[in-house]
Ligand binder design. Sequence first.
Ligand SMILES: O=P(O)(O)O[C@@H]1[C@@H](OP(=O)(O)O)[C@H](OP(=O)(O)O)[C@H](O)[C@H](OP(=O)(O)O)[C@H]1OP(=O)(O)O
Ligand SMILES: Nc1ncnc2c1ncn2[C@@H]1O[C@H](COP(=O)(O)OP(=O)(O)O)[C@@H](O)[C@H]1O
Ligand SMILES: [Mg+2]
Ligand SMILES: [Mg+2]
Length: 388
Amino acid sequence: MPSLQRRKTIGLCLNEKKKRKLGFHVFEELCRNHGYSVIDIDLTQPISSQGTFDLIIHKISDLLVEAGQDLASHHLVQRLQVYLDTHPYTVLLDPLPALHILLDRFQSYRLLHTLESYSQGSSGIFSPPCVELVTKNCDVVTLVRTRLTFPLICKTRLAHGPRSHQMSLIFNEGGLSEVKPPCVLQSFINHNATLYKVFVVGSQHFVVQRPSLRNFPLGETDQSTIFFDSNQVSKAESCSYLSEAVPSTGVAAPSDSVVNQVVQGLREALGMSLFGVDLIVDTKTGRVAVIDVNAFPGYDGVAGFCSALFSHVEKVLNIGNKASATSSESSETHQPSEHAGLQALGSFRGTRLSEQWPRQTLSPKIYKKDITRHPYIDLRAQAVSTDW
Ligand SMILES: O=P(O)(O)O[C@@H]1[C@@H](OP(=O)(O)O)[C@H](OP(=O)(O)O)[C@H](O)[C@H](OP(=O)(O)O)[C@H]1OP(=O)(O)O
Ligand SMILES: Nc1ncnc2c1ncn2[C@@H]1O[C@H](COP(=O)(O)OP(=O)(O)O)[C@@H](O)[C@H]1O
Ligand SMILES: [Mg+2]
Ligand SMILES: [Mg+2]
C-alpha cells in the first residue's frame, strides 16, 4: 500500500547507453528536485531490498528476448514480475504483456490490422497488407499472389535486437526464394522517402520527420533483391543511396487528427505510455500507413523528452495517490495501470478485455509458462474496439 507520507520512489531498469542517449540525468534531476527518490534497480538482487517502488521505468527488451534461450535472464524477468504481482500499487512503465506484443511483428501487425478493421477504412489510416511466414514450408508464392503487391519489404518476426533491423526489398517471385522465416512480407508503399516518427510520452506526442526509402516502380520487375539495415535508412543522420528522395509530389504530412487517432488507438489498445509509431503517406492515395510500433524508442529529435516524461510520471503518481486514498475507503482494489489500457480498450465500446484477460490470466500463466517465447496474446478482433 503506498504511504502518503513516504517519499515517492521511482525505480529505473535502463542500461547506461539508453540513459546517455536520452540525457536521462535531466529527468532524474527533475525528480529529485521535486522530492522523489530515483534508484537504479539491479534485477540480479532482490528488488524489495532495494526500495519500495511506486513506479518503475524500464526497457528490458533485451532481457525479454534473451530469456527465451537463457534461464538466468528468464529468472531476472520473473523476479520483476513477482515483485509487481506482490506490489499491486507499483506502476510499471510500460506493462510487460504489451511489450511482448511489440517484440513480435506478427502480433504488432495483427493489432494494427484489427484497429484498422474497426475504422472500416473511413479514417484514411491503414497498415500495409502483410503475410506471416512461420516456416520455410509456407506456400509463399500463393500467399504473395493472393494478398500482396510487389515490391515487398521483408522484416524479421522479432522486432528488437541487432538482427531485427536487417531487411530486404523483393521485386519479383524469384526473390521470394531468399526469404528466411520466421519473417513478415509486407507490400511496399511508395512514400517519397519521407518517414514520420511519432514519439509518445503519456498524453503528449511529438512528430519528427526522417529520411526513408525512395519510391520504386509498382508491380513485378526484374530488379534483384536489395538487402539493407533500416538503421542506415531512417535515422536523422542517414543518407543511404536507398533514401534518395524523388522530387516530392507534394504529398502532405499526416494531419494532426490522423496522428491523434493513431496514437489514441494504440495507447488504449496497448495501455502504454512510452512508445513510437512510424507513419508514411502513400503517394498514390494520400492515405497514412502505420508501418512500425516501437516500445520506448530513442526519442531522437524530441528536445523536451525528459520534462514530458517527468510530467507524465507526476500525473501517474498523483492518480495512484487518489486511487489508494479512495480504495482505502472502499473495498475495491486499485487496478494496476498495467491493465488499464486493456481495460480501457474493453470498455472502449467492445468486450471488456478484463473478462477475457483478467490479471491472473495475463501474468502468472505467461510468466510461468512461456514468458520468453513471445507468448501468443491473441488479440481477437471482437476484443478490440476503437476508432481510427
Ligand atoms: O537507435 P535509437 O537509440 O535512436 O532508438 C531506437 C529506435 O530508433 P529511433 O530513435 O526511434 O529512430 C528504434 O526505432 P525503429 O524500430 O528503428 O523505428 C527502436 O525503437 C529501437 O528500439 P528496439 O531496438 O526496437 O528495442 C531504439 O533503440 P534503443 O535506443 O531503444 O536501443
Ligand atoms: N510497407 C512499407 N513500405 C515502404 N517502406 C517501408 C515499409 N515498411 C518499412 N518501410 C521502410 O523501412 C524502414 C524500417 O521499417 P520498420 O518497420 O520501421 O522497421 P524498424 O523496426 O527496423 O524501424 C522504415 O523506416 C521505412 O523507411
Ligand atoms: Mg521503424
Ligand atoms: Mg521498430
